[in-house]
Design a protein around this ligand. Structure first.
Ligand code: KG4
Ligand code: ZN
Length: 337
């Protein structure tokens, strides 16, 4: 069998990341997180695309050097083509197309959400088809049934805020900085999940959709009613708010995922996306999966948030099937799965 070496590029939001996979083995995964956004409390699209432009060549060079791979040895270039911020996506897509054209090798457009799911395939063991994946990121919350390789059926998704978005917005109310998810995760460790009763919307509904804006509003009302806005919240109370909010979100995510897994009769479930880095979600999903006799797959911590490795993984699998993209493919900000 001919050897396959893939360069994977990820520039859909505020991470410039490049990875090299050779014959299914990850050789490098360089992630450069843009810190310029912290002072604004969120990603500033124009600053993100400018930072990608500056970083893309050095990060590509670093990924190749770390992998000890020369560009002439590459088989194909895989790039996240959407969904994401248009200006950010365009940097990766245009660089990737030009690089592929210059080297005379195929270009592979990858959907960022499919790549999150495939972060579960970077290391062994991997889920067996059919399986159910909960993708929880800053922009998306989706329950996806993977009937077979690259065969997706979205069986549930959020009707309003994404899970990560709820984490970020609540963190902003608590003035914990951006991105808020890891901060809430950290503070919640010292708090009680039962301290404050926030709603668990849709947890007993019959469909597999989600809604998180109600929980977010409940936190806002709690802060307002207890005169906690614009004040420094005492440490234990802050931890309790974080733990109670986090458990509301996680309970709904876990319950729906397990129920959907039973409904669709799958034996394997997986989680992916930035929020799958959340320690409470990882623990609670593990407990629930064990109780239900389901096998759970969770990506390594560094493959949860945006990374080039997951793009290279999809690129590798598409390359094996000669699923190449024409060079007139462009970035699509709201690309669907
Ligand atoms: O997948 P990702 O890196 O980017 C998107 O595709 O959106 O996800 C970023 C999201 C952010 O909302 C961030 O707050 C959240 O993932 N996140 C977390 C944790 N780490 C990252 N949320 C909760 N707990 C964490 N430990
Ligand atoms: Zn992502």
């Amino acid at each position: 069998m001919q050897s396959i070496t893939i360069l994977g590029l990820e520039t859909s939001c505020d991470e410039t990341s490049v990875a090299v996979i050779r014959d299914g083995k990850l050789l490098s995964n360089i992630i450069s997180s843009q810190i310029v956004h912290e002072q604004y409390g969120g990603v500033v699209p124009e600053l993100a695309s400018r930072a990608h432009q500056k970083l893309i060549v050095p990060v590509v060079n670093e990924a190749l050097a770390k992998a000890e791979v020369k560009k002439e040895e590459l088989t194909a270039i895989a790039v996240a083509a959407g969904p994401g911020l248009m200006g950010s996506l365009l940097v990766g897509v245009n660089f990737g197309k030009a690089f592929a054209y210059g080297l005379g090798i195929p270009f592979i457009a990858v959907n960022h959400m499919e790549a999150h799911i495939y972060s579960n395939f970077i290391d062994e063991p991997t889920p067996r088809f059919p399986f159910l994946n909960l993708t929880v990121s800053g922009g998306h919350t989706q329950l996806v049934l993977l009937k077979d390789e690259f065969q997706y059926e979205i069986v549930g998704e959020t009707k309003d805020d994404a899970a990560g978005e709820a984490f970020d917005k609540v963190a902003k109310m608590l003035r914990l900085g951006y991105p808020g998810g890891p901060q809430i995760d950290k503070f919640a460790k010292q708090g009680s999940t039962n301290a404050i009763k926030f709603p668990r919307p849709y947890a007993i509904g019959n469909d597999f959709n989600f809604s998180f804006s109600g929980i977010k509003t409940a936190v806002l009302y709690y802060l307002r009613d207890n005169k906690l806005r614009d004040t420094v919240i005492q440490e234990q109370l802050l931890a309790d708010i974080c733990a109670s909010f986090q458990s509301s979100v996680v309970d709904v995510l876990v319950q729906k995922t397990i129920r959907a897994a039973k409904h669709f009769g799958v034996k394997d479930i997986a989680i992916a996306g930035g929020v799958s880095a959340n320690s409470y979600l990882r623990n609670e999903m593990r407990k629930a999966a064990d109780q239900s006799g389901l096998q759970l797959f969770i990506p390594k911590f560094e493959y949860c948030t945006d990374n080039g490795a997951m793009i290279a993984e999809v690129g590798y699998r598409k390359c094996q099937r000669s699923m190449f993209s024409p060079l007139n493919v462009t970035a699509i900000a709201n690309l669907e799965l």
